[in-house]
Write a protein that binds this ligand. Sequence first.
Ligand code: GYE
Length: 366
Amino acid sequence: MQLNKTRRALVAATLTMMGVLSACTTVGGGGGGETAAEGTKAPDPACKLATAQDPGNSAPPQNVPVAENAPKLAKKDTYRVAFSQNASNNPWRLAETESMKAEAGKLGHQLTITDAQNSQAKQIQDIRSLIAQKPDALFIAPITEQLANVVVDAAKADIPVFLLDRAVDTNIAKPGEHYVTVIRSDFVQEGLRAAVALARATGGRANIVELEGTTGSSPAIDRKKGFDEAIKQCPGMKIVASQDADFTRAKGQQVMETLLQSNPDVNAVYAHNDEMAIGAISAIKAAGKTPGKDVVVVSIDGSRDALQAVSRGELYATVECNPRFGPAAFKTMQEYAEGKPVPTVLVNQDRFFDQSNAKQFIEEAY
Ligand code: GYE
């Protein structure tokens, strides 16, 4: 996604200036550097991120065009809508589906849901059959950016499409024309926030395993971009291995087990989502190491299991990526039907969870 390059550069610059000294104890270590007693190493002065605070959300994107050329939606009291979900294999997906169902139910809309079971081919099939049913509007959580072609097919069938949580290739599916809008988090910023957290936790000395989300999905692409770009500011932070673990717990564990064997000096993990982080934590334990001490783990989402792992000290932090899209999805659809201006990208505001606040949010988490 074309997410304002200048703004990102600005964030990086502000981070450098912020340099707020934290009283944080350094865990992990390794990757060379001082020989101070374990857990008390001073942050690497060459790594500004190591003493920075969480940079928070990015500034809302400016001058986003409004959807003008997408299929129209007539004003009605209730609608017959469809939602193509890409998988139901983790709590995040289940929470998103639940939120869509609950909101549709509340508003009296009739909602058909399909589950692509984490298969791109199946999601394309699902969307084709939903198009054939001619819903008033179609919500899609695209598995990868390659879903763009079938989004174009929906527009050609005169169905307004609203993308949820992931983007598609905008060279093929034009925002505001082939789809109305995409509602999602700023994944590049999430990667940056995770990098700052990991720098703080390791004092900027880290041999990192990066567990990537589904190849070709916009969160995997942008979370990698944001993180990799950020740690360039820290000479002591190196990615020793980066591999696809498909956003799942089982693959996170499996990939981490293998990578720990080939990279025994690993002291940090950046997982693109909580499920893979939790899998990695199991692998770390199985290798006889202590998560949070020998190996620091940081991830993204804010699931209940993750918040529990944070409060146990096994996960250092998780950047929130809120799955509860129902209210925003239907509000946006309504506004579009009423002819109000709808920007072609809507960016969610997310929180940050670490030891200081994780416990208090466990109850409301999914
Ligand atoms: O972080 C992950 C899920 O697309 C933003 O997909 C979403 C991501 C979320 O499988 O857990």
